[in-house]
Ligand binder design. Sequence first.
Ligand code: PLP
Length: 445
Amino acid sequence: MNEWCELDKKHFIHPTSSIQQQQEKGPKVIMESGEGIYLKDIHGKTYMDAMSSLWNVHIGHGREELAIAAAEQMKTLAFSSAFSTFSHKPGIKLAEKIASLAPENLNAVFFTSGGSESNDTAIKLVHHYWRIQNRPNRRKIIALKRSYHGVAAASTSATGIPEFWDMAGTTIEGFSHAASTYRSNTESAISALREKIEAEGPETVGAFIAEPVQGAGGVLIPPEGYFKEIRNLCDEYGILFVADEVITGFGRTGRMFGIENWNTVPDMITFAKGVTSGYAPLGGVLVSDAIHEVFKLKSKGTLFHGFTYSGHPTAAAVALKNLDIIESEGLVDHSHRMGKKLLKGFKKLKDEINIVGDVRAVGLLGAVELVKNSETNEKFPQDLKVAPRVIEALHERGVICRAVTYEGIDIICFAPPLIINEGQIDELLTKLEESILEVKNDLVV
Ligand code: PLP
């Protein structure tokens, strides 16, 4: 471990890490292999990957079919360009496949290599759309507070978690954030958005972007009816609605796309993560037929936007095999069923342990909040670090979850691989209960 640790400290700058802490301690875990919902570190300790790593390993680890799909594609055509007038079969097949899975009106795809690129692409496409519609002033983008849309220039600015703006000390002009439904309701969230649109000037707003379920913000699930109201409001003001399905896409919420839980159809969908289950980097933006028509009719000259790896043939072949597995193994319905079981277990914990506050799940995307008083939702003092301690206790028991803490709120997030079975959900719930009780007992002492 020491040798790996030292090399890591010397050369590896980790994403979203404390560089200082990393220099002192090095990585906590160095993973070596994975199978199903489990990961194994270099000492042979096994962990249940209850976050699907970064909410993305939908079909679980170690699936040989994907390795074979990648190897076969690499042997045939590892890479060739999709720029301009060039194309290739895996890219074409994948675009067609994703269009067939998406809501009916979304049939054209622009490929990227991940979620941040997808959201930046969507925002540039929004700007392009309004420019060619002779409405160049519609440049503003409204997002939600506590949303996460990525770390490229526009997606950082769209993100509603201020810590992400700190690194560069600023964000791009023209982005603002409205309150979500968290600790609130549809009515106030919709009026907050209406006020924001009015304050910005409706004629200057190009799009509203939101995650169907806010993931990094703490798995914040909107109430029934919220997105229908969002759709109506966007239509009323002629604003495009972009659904960021980077976490919620491809079965995570028990539906193929998260927004389908609320019977709402957006103008664009951004995706990444689960489209390949992380076996290759790939993302994209699905655009509606209406927008695609405008592009076809009015977009003159070259669309000066594209990544070397847009539609990467090997990544596309991996995505196709991954989507094939999601469909043939019925993982979307399975996610729905297992999500119900998970939520039932969370509710039981809430009934039995007085520091368990709100619990929620939609498909296999869930959260448990920890509070000082579950009647009033009174928070623990922030310096007690209750959620991080529970995460640590889970880690000791070989379970990887994620804590979200802000403004004194303690949330434990869950997003296990969609292949998780009933016995493994019981294992997760048992270890969660033990971990919460351990921390609770510690707090009393
Ligand atoms: N959008 C959402 C909702 C995400 O959760 C993420 C990543 O977690 C992103 C966008 C950014 O994706 P990536 O990290 O692939 O750039």
